[in-house]
Design a protein around this ligand. Structure first.
Ligand SMILES: NC(=O)c1ccc[n+]([C@@H]2O[C@H](COP(=O)([O-])OP(=O)(O)OC[C@H]3O[C@@H](n4cnc5c(N)ncnc54)[C@H](OP(=O)(O)O)[C@@H]3O)[C@@H](O)[C@H]2O)c1
Length: 305
């Protein structure tokens, strides 16, 4: 049975957090949220909003919550990966997770949440060509892979406290409301969309509704523990993604963007777009999770059509 206590969400003002909070409230669940800037958070008035510094979750907000959903983190696709940004990306995820687990450890067991659902990303797999990657695959190489490894290790330390810990290895979330999709669609709207590099790299995606539904399932179903791939069961190549975007937006996709141009434009982040991750949601499927959007075209049509 679901823990009836409030659910505490960090990063509640973000793309995934906002939708998750709205869904939880719609289900009649009590929600607490942490924001670095509560005055600008624009969350539903039913949400019990607490200020924090982005690293140290206040014990008063954690105590008595049934679960914590830790989504907060410096945006990854917000510019070139300077040393300062790399540090912010790491600290906002890994240090805050260590601090959260320390706070959990300081609470009396009766006050301690039973579940920690911590964000992670398919970036943990690095770039692996055509290899099928389920949750048992070894982590790959690269900056984002290293961040995710340390982030998950920090979250899984909660297990020793009797807290069920789930790491949501999320693919690219498709939503008209933000994240990658509006930026990806923009060149297509001007007729300038094209495959990136040779287009053979695999693109792990998930529709926002499925991302939130899987997070909800992981909160309430004790069968979910440890890493959980949050991706649609039919990954596509960049070439197939390009064709689907062109077809749904009724635009040509004749001009491939050479890999070297992507590297010049995006620096280190280019490898994240040119990299290949053929990720499968094995654990979600084994647990009987039913994806609403398995086909990319349906997901894109729902958001862009
Ligand atoms: N969206 C995707 O495609 C995707 C894919 C893979 C993984 N993920 C992961 O899933 C999580 C949620 O994604 P999202 O797209 O909803 O994220 P988002 O829209 O970028 O929102 C994240 C939230 O984190 C807080 N935040 C931002 N910078 C921060 C910092 N330096 N320190 C502490 N908090 C900070 C902000 O909340 P306040 O300003 O209210 O504090 C923000 O609303 C993230 O950790 C992300 O890495 C997302």
């Amino acid at each position: 049975m679901a823990d009836p206590r409030p659910i505490l969400v960090t990063g509640a003002t973000g793309l995934v957090g906002r939708r998750l909070v709205a869904t939880l409230l719609g289900d009649g669940r009590a929600v607490r949220a942490l924001s670095r800037d509560p005055a600008s958070a624009r969350l539903d008035t039913r949400v019990e909003l607490h200020p924090w510094n982005g690293r140290d979750a206040p014990a008063s907000a954690v105590a008595g919550s049934g679960a914590v959903v830790h989504l907060a983190g410096e945006p990854v696709f917000g510019g070139l990966l300077s040393a300062a940004r790399r540090r912010r990306i790491r600290e906002s995820r890994i240090d805050s997770t260590h601090a959260l687990v320390a706070t959990l450890g300081g609470l009396a067991p009766a006050e301690r949440p039973s579940t920690l659902l911590c964000a992670s990303a398919v970036g943990i797999y690095g770039s692996r060509g055509d290899l099928l990657l389920d949750e048992s695959a070894e982590p790959g190489a690269g900056f984002l892979a290293e961040v995710c490894v340390d982030w998950e290790a920090a979250a899984l330390r909660a297990t020793a406290l009797g807290v069920r810990s789930v790491c949501l290895r999320t693919g690219i979330v498709l939503s008209r409301e933000g994240g990658a999709l509006p930026a990806m669609a923009l060149p297509f709207r001007f007729g300038l969309g094209g495959r990136l590099g040779d287009g053979r790299q695999w693109f792990p995606w998930i529709h926002i509704d499925d991302e939130v539904a899987l997070a909800r399932a992981a909160l309430d179903n004790a069968a979910y523990t440890g890493p959980l791939n949050a991706v649609a069961p039919k990954p596509v190549t960049n070439a197939a993604l390009t064709r689907a975007l062109g077809s749904i937006l009724h635009r040509p996709t004749l001009l491939p963007v050479p890999a070297c141009a992507v590297r010049v434009a995006l620096g280190d982040l280019a490898e994240e777009l040119l990299g290949s991750r053929r990720v499968m949601p094995r654990r979600a499927l084994e647990a009987g999770f039913a994806f609403r959007y398995s086909d990319l075209e349906d997901a894109l049509r729902a958001e862009l059509g």
